[in-house]
Design a protein. Sequence first.
Length: 202
Amino acid sequence: MVPELLVASRNAKKLVELQRVLDAAGVVGLTLLSLADVPEYPEAPETGATFEENALAKAVDGFNATGIPCVADDSGVSVDALNGMPGVLSARWAGRHGDDAANLSLLLGQIQDVPDERRGAAFVSCCALVSSSGSVVVRGEWPGVIAREPRGSGGFGYDPVFVPAGGSRSAAELSAAEKDAASHRGRALAQLVPALRELAAG
């Protein structure tokens, strides 16, 4: 029987991203499932003060409800001029969960008077893997700056206004391969590869 891995998300792009990371690492034999592929279960609200707490809570919920090893991530953008906010509130910064356009607009409005040299930021992703053999929590960070206006049509979330350190293109202007190689989630997921390889081996 092919081992299964539940990705505690309904965001299809996150499944595709994890699949690319697994393919690149040569991890084969894992069937990825999303929350849409399993019976619905009550999901605890994301009330953790840190990305780590939220990711672990989501992965624990998923594993306890289904018995399937579960990976979950909590990610967002930390902006220096906003003292690290939106942080864990990134997805609902403008008040409604997942409204990317409103979140971007609010963020840009809040720092419109901040000079270019003080627009530092970092994308942060914490990924948790929970299975019968325990739990692993890892963190990846991707430093950069917040641009003055959105650019590019790739990616999601804050990608159009995030310019990685040392680069000139926004995260939404990078190819999938470029993004995986450098991104916060790519960096975090790469740290999970040894545990996922074990899982795939059964």
